[in-house]
Ligand binder design. Structure first.
Ligand code: CP3
Length: 347
């Protein structure tokens, strides 16, 4: 059993306890808005940085050293999981992620390989071990994975897309093959998250960034059962490690998501937090949900946003302050500092 972190606020809130201060961390807290990140990125591709545990650890710690965040998140990406399954990933500048051999027909799914995260994604597990060492228990470290639906979107589309219309069409056309793909992704995500926990991740977050492109009925049929299965397994195999769910644009799905065996329900910025808390209730802890664009606007917009987000969550048993999606790359770092100080000061 490892010692409790010196700053336990984040893990306490995950358990529904009341910490001494409101914990805060930011999705995409490591990244291009930081000069330290851009300096390293100028010399290495994103995949080189993720696959070298020393560099991934350096990047994980950049925001921790710059700002008094209450949690670190391991520097990795949701898409690396698809590589050992057989999909060839490249990040193309100006275009984003591209898979050179996306899934085109049901036969491609039968060719996908089961992964062994301990071997094939060991770079991230080593980065977790090294980051835990360097963090020296100051704050907890969060591990993460993409949810099966969001991973399936990239695997089929082969790149980003506005609403993944082609993917939804594929799903409706091939429901059987879709279920097979989701089963395989679920096994891979479960293996990966359990391996991250084994390596030292003290909480895990499932990012279902594109779930919001589905109607509630289709989410229930085509996506939710597999996310639920992941949380069921984690709850059984690693009951003490908090489980966080986040979906962007997923306000209309919360009715289903809030019934998953999760510890923390993440809200994107479009969701009325006070209404969500009263509707879905406690003992869930909540995470969110400041509009990331406020950080681009003015100090006053940040101050005002922090106050209203905190007030909106005041009925929750516990609140972890976060943005309602990732930090935008043009964010001035001073505003991130202001945001975190404001969250801590307004308790
Ligand atoms: O939060 C953190 O600080 C941890 C790091 C992290 C990254 N990606 C690093 C990254 C996390 C949690 C992710 C998750 C991720 N990756 C998601 C889910 C979260 C969300 O935003 O909804 C998704 C959909 C991806 C897929 C992905 N990775 C895309 C679409 C891109 C390109 C984006 C762009 O603006 O170019 C990436 C690349 C990526 N992953 C970057 C970072 C810091 C930018 C890479 C760069 O430096 O060029």
């Amino acid at each position: 059993m490892r010692d409790a972190p010196l700053n336990p606020a984040f893990l306490q809130a995950c358990r529904g306890e009341t910490p001494a201060h409101t914990p805060v961390w930011l999705m995409r807290q490591a990244g291009r808005y930081m000069a330290e990140y851009r300096a390293l990125r100028a010399k290495h591709s994103i995949l080189e940085m993720i696959k070298d545990p020393e560099k991934a650890t350096t990047v994980t710690l950049q925001p921790v050293n710059a700002f008094p965040v209450d949690a670190a998140i391991i520097f990795a990406d949701i898409l690396t999981l698809l590589e050992p399954m057989g999909l060839n990933l490249e990040f193309i500048s100006g275009k984003g992620p591209v898979f050179h051999n996306p899934i085109r027909d049901p036969a491609d799914i039968r060719a996908l390989k089961a992964i062994d995260a301990g071997r094939e994604l060991n770079f991230t597990l080593d980065a977790i071990r090294l980051s835990r060492e360097k963090l020296a228990n100051r704050i907890p470290l969060i591990g993460f994975s993409g949810a099966p639906y969001t991973l399936a979107c990239y695997a089929i589309e082969g790149a980003g897309s506005k609403d993944f219309d082609n993917v939804r069409a594929w799903m409706f056309a091939h429901p059987q093959a879709w279920a097979d793909l989701m089963d395989r992704l679920t096994d891979a995500v479960t293996d990966y998250l359990l391996a991250q926990i084994q390596a030292g991740a003290q909480a895990v977050q499932l990012f279902d960034s594109w779930a919001g492109s589905l109607s509630l009925a289709d989410y229930r049929r085509f996506a939710a059962p597999w996310s639920r299965r992941i949380f069921d397994t984690l709850a059984r195999e690693a009951p003490d490690v908090p489980r966080i769910h986040f979906s962007a644009n997923g306000g209309h799905l919360l009715e289903e998501i809030s019934t998953f065996p999760i510890s923390v329900l993440g809200l994107d910025w479009r969701v009325d937090a006070a209404a969500a808390v009263s509707k879905y209730g406690n003992p869930l802890a909540y995470q969110g949900n400041l509009d990331p664009a406020r950080l681009l606007a003015s100090d006053e917009a940040v101050r005002e946003g922090v106050a209203s987000v905190k007030a909106a969550f005041s009925g929750a048993q516990a609140h972890i302050f976060n943005l309602g999606h990732g930090v935008v790359k043009t964010t001035p770092p001073e505003r991130v500092k202001l945001l975190i100080d404001q969250v801590h000061a307004r308790d």
